[in-house]
Ligand binder design. Sequence first.
Ligand SMILES: *[C@@H]1O[C@H](CO)[C@@H](O)[C@H](O)[C@H]1NC(C)=O
Ligand SMILES: *[C@@H]1O[C@H](CO)[C@@H](O)[C@H](O)[C@H]1NC(C)=O
Ligand SMILES: *[C@@H]1O[C@H](CO)[C@@H](O)[C@H](O)[C@H]1NC(C)=O
Ligand SMILES: *[C@@H]1O[C@H](CO)[C@@H](O)[C@H](O)[C@H]1NC(C)=O
Ligand SMILES: *[C@@H]1O[C@H](CO)[C@@H](O)[C@H](O)[C@H]1NC(C)=O
Ligand SMILES: *[C@@H]1O[C@H](CO)[C@@H](O)[C@H](O)[C@H]1NC(C)=O
Ligand SMILES: *[C@@H]1O[C@H](CO)[C@@H](O)[C@H](O)[C@H]1NC(C)=O
Ligand SMILES: *[C@@H]1O[C@H](CO)[C@@H](O)[C@H](O)[C@H]1NC(C)=O
Ligand SMILES: *[C@@H]1O[C@H](CO)[C@@H](O)[C@H](O)[C@H]1NC(C)=O
Ligand SMILES: *[C@@H]1O[C@H](CO)[C@@H](O)[C@H](O)[C@H]1NC(C)=O
Length: 335
Amino acid sequence: MYLKGNGKYNGRSESFKRHCARRWWIYLLIFAAVNVSLILGIIYGIIPTIAQGAVTRAAVRADGIAITNPSNDHITISMNSTVFARVPVAARFANQTFEMYLPEDKNKTTFMTLGVGELQAQNKMAINVTGADTKILNATVYQEFSKQVLSRSNFTLGIRSQPTLQVGALHYPVNFEKTIRLQGFNGLKGITITNPVVLNGSSVMADGTNLLTDAVIPNPSSFTMQIGDLTTDISIESLQLGFSVIKNLTLYPGNNPVKIYNHINPGLMALPTFSTILDQPNINITLKMNSTVFNGEHVTWLETPLRETSPFYAIMNPTSAPAVGSASAGALSAP
Ligand SMILES: *[C@@H]1O[C@H](CO)[C@@H](O)[C@H](O)[C@H]1NC(C)=O
Ligand SMILES: *[C@@H]1O[C@H](CO)[C@@H](O)[C@H](O)[C@H]1NC(C)=O
Ligand SMILES: *[C@@H]1O[C@H](CO)[C@@H](O)[C@H](O)[C@H]1NC(C)=O
Ligand SMILES: *[C@@H]1O[C@H](CO)[C@@H](O)[C@H](O)[C@H]1NC(C)=O
Ligand SMILES: *[C@@H]1O[C@H](CO)[C@@H](O)[C@H](O)[C@H]1NC(C)=O
Ligand SMILES: *[C@@H]1O[C@H](CO)[C@@H](O)[C@H](O)[C@H]1NC(C)=O
Ligand SMILES: *[C@@H]1O[C@H](CO)[C@@H](O)[C@H](O)[C@H]1NC(C)=O
Ligand SMILES: *[C@@H]1O[C@H](CO)[C@@H](O)[C@H](O)[C@H]1NC(C)=O
Ligand SMILES: *[C@@H]1O[C@H](CO)[C@@H](O)[C@H](O)[C@H]1NC(C)=O
Ligand SMILES: *[C@@H]1O[C@H](CO)[C@@H](O)[C@H](O)[C@H]1NC(C)=O
């Protein structure tokens, strides 16, 4: 490059130019410089575009998400997911963190993050995270997320990150943002209750349990949710029966067999007709979720949505087979 304006410098440059023109290698240098700029153009112009394009077209599937150890500020998350992408070159994603948000939240506030570590870029990449202790970053949005998991048949979750794509020694920042559709618990539809066993007289349990039942709670999603001790008010139409406790409940994908500890109002229990009621087929029991306690703590983001989306219904002594909840994967994301 030659500097203009200053005659002294110009003179020097001109003589330098004449000096070089006589040398054949100056043409080689220019040729090399053109090639370098071409290569630089590819490195800093084309490859980043291709890399970002591959990331933009990628699809994400959540194969399973487990939320355990619930508390009001922390949870433990495990997630198995698969990313489908067409990666044209051998590349790695540097250590990255997924940020989760709800797409319908106008502010797209991150309510939790999940470190996914480093990844070798492949057409099909498994991203499995196990037992990550995770802080709830926005309790309002997290509770809305929990409500959707518990009540909806399906809903969407936003995932974003700004990973660095490493191609050899070159590093490219890319923007990853996906909306994935997930199945929810669908309001726990299809609960069945069987085998009522009356505990009377001296067989009433110390905590007051006077009726034991078995139940099956179907979970049609691929979510695992640890709930803890779940207390529910129970009734048959307008007849209040009392309350039920399921201890240390964790809902896994599929059908969940549980033991229910019922506290039936003693006056009702004493009625001679009560055991006849318990023998009827297909009794529609109304469940009003009241509280969830884990590690001695009321977990608001479980308790509030369960109360808000109550009542739930259960069929006692069903004459047809219980609904088979099948674990199924979250759908592919729309690019
Ligand atoms: C992830 O996959 C492993 C292996 O198949 C399985 O044991 C684990 O339960 C899965 N985790 C979740 C959260 O689905
Ligand atoms: C990741 O999870 C999938 C299930 O979604 C499982 O098939 C695979 O074996 C897991 N891989 C590892 C390394 O745990
Ligand atoms: C977005 O965030 C701002 C400030 O935190 C808040 O005032 C506003 O209500 C939020 N909007 C929505 C839709 O949540
Ligand atoms: C939580 O997220 C909502 C919705 O984006 C926002 O309105 C609110 O200000 C956030 N709260 C806090 C404490 O950041
Ligand atoms: C990824 O980065 C986070 C935050 O910087 C760090 O805590 C974590 O140890 C890193 N993980 C790996 C596998 O390097
Ligand atoms: C998703 O949920 C909506 C209601 O929230 C429902 O209308 C739709 O049928 C559901 N789609 C699938 C595939 O389950
Ligand atoms: C307890 O219930 C059983 C059957 O429900 C009945 O046969 C028995 O007499 C009851 N015992 C008392 C002490 O009420
Ligand atoms: C509670 O349930 C979890 C998950 O099923 C289990 O690992 C744990 O041992 C249970 N705790 C008690 C006290 O039964
Ligand atoms: C149980 O009763 C509720 C309220 O009347 C009704 O919506 C629901 O469909 C009933 N369930 C069954 C299986 O009949
Ligand atoms: C329902 O929840 C309220 C508030 O947490 C509590 O005071 C009450 O004892 C609960 N009822 C039952 C039957 O557990």
